[in-house]
Design a binder for this molecule. Structure first.
Ligand code: SF4
Length: 123
């Protein structure tokens, strides 16, 4: 189980395998990425940089976010694959925002139990 100083909950990454990618879909939102992270994803996918930027990245003011697609009444990250099983297509090079979930400041006193089946009481 992972713990982080200042957070009164733990996180079991083992829960990710079967949760259905709940933290990668839902309401519309932003997954911030920097240039270094974008280059890593492009290398990992072996993608054409121009095509990749057009298809997968959106500019929000002066920042860059991974794109999302509308599915039904909700949204999901463009890198979330749902079949045959929910998984992140870029998991080994996913951005820092994804790596640090659920230890985000906004959850410090309110663990995201509805979004994450890996939330645990600290031992
Ligand atoms: S990059 Fe991967 S881990 Fe991050 S939101 Fe998209 S599918 Fe989820």
């Amino acid at each position: 189980m992972m713990l982080k100083s200042g957070f009164d909950f733990g996180f079991d990454p083992g829960a990710c395998a079967d949760c259905g990618g709940r933290c990668c879909r839902g309401d519309s939102g932003y997954i911030w990425v920097n240039q270094r992270e974008i280059q890593s994803i492009i290398r990992f996918l072996g993608a054409n940089p121009i095509d990749f930027m057009e298809a997968c990245i959106r500019r929000v003011d002066n920042r860059l976010s991974i794109g999302e697609r509308q599915v039904g009444t909700g949204f999901q990250c463009v890198f979330l694959e749902m079949t045959p099983k929910a998984r992140c297509r870029i998991y080994p090079v996913r951005p820092m925002q994804c790596r640090t979930f659920p230890f985000w400041d906004r959850y410090r006193n309110r663990p995201p139990k509805d979004e994450c089946s890996g939330i645990r009481e600290p031992a």
